[in-house]
Design a protein. Structure first.
Lengths: 166, 166
């Protein structure tokens, strides 16, 4: 189990930002990303869920190479999260029902009965975030230090959360 | 050469968002990302530049596997860009001088004379963007369609820009 405070912090950042850019490795070895809406559960245990049509190119990429990165970025708040994980296509109607929101009906008109409705389950193995304090000057400084050097800066945090650790 | 309108659109989106999450493949095959400030040139010819300390983990990752993804995301504007490219570490003082901004002095106190000052050059091979129109309803619909299915939606665009094409 990861530290509960780390999980809470990660959960809160992901929930606030909401949309991830999910990067996958394509069959020719290049990296592509696309926006995905996080479907957060109330309790975050290190697993993230996304709805997806099961014939999408990204599904084929995940089946070939399950390693993904989820980048949550909010340039206005200077919040940035890198989530490393392993993705699986899940065809589980009970789970889909649990995560379902009428919002998705426009894209899955048959709802839970859509034969192509799938879920992408991402098991998070590592996460890092860049989180800046409120002071504008320090925020910028702390933030850019992380940007340029990747090291912790005065007034900013760059924390790694390793969900593989005990 | 890519279509000039495509390059202009891509340039404008990247410039507006400003910060990319750069994803690299680590030596154990997992994917990591971190925020990076784009240093845009006035003319965009398909090459993007970033300042970096030359001993950063990402530099080692790039040397092992130069394939990167740059994800530009602005959840408030619903603008999302995926840039696929090949990264190179460039130690070129003349180029660094051309791109230099006093802003970077806090992290490279010796400025252009810092022996560890490096540039990451990304040659863009493909890019995609999700761009929603102004109407709030259509924007959400267009955007989420792209999110869920990756297909073009009414009122939204999901355009691929292939910079390898003639």
């Amino acid at each position: 189990m990861a530290n509960q405070d780390d999980l809470k912090k990660l959960h809160s950042l992901i929930k606030d930002i909401g949309f991830a850019m999910m990067t996958t490795t394509t069959s020719d070895g290049t990296l592509r990303s696309r926006p995905m809406a996080s479907r957060m559960e109330d309790e975050f245990d290190g697993t993230l869920w996304f709805f997806s049509h099961d014939q999408e190119p990204k599904i084929h990429e995940i089946l070939e190479n399950p390693q993904v990165n989820l980048a949550y970025a909010d340039p206005h708040k200077n919040d940035y999260v890198s989530v490393t994980g392993t993705a699986t296509l899940v065809k589980d109607k009970a789970k889909a029902k649990e995560l379902w929101n009428p919002f998705y009906k426009a894209w899955f008109p048959e709802g839970l009965d859509d034969p192509h409705l799938g879920l992408i389950r991402v098991d998070v193995t590592q996460a890092e975030y860049w989180d800046s304090p409120n002071s504008k000057m320090v925020q910028l400084a702390g933030f850019v230090k992380a940007l340029v050097t990747g090291k912790e800066a005065k007034g900013g945090e760059n924390e790694k959360v390793d969900l593989r650790a005990n």
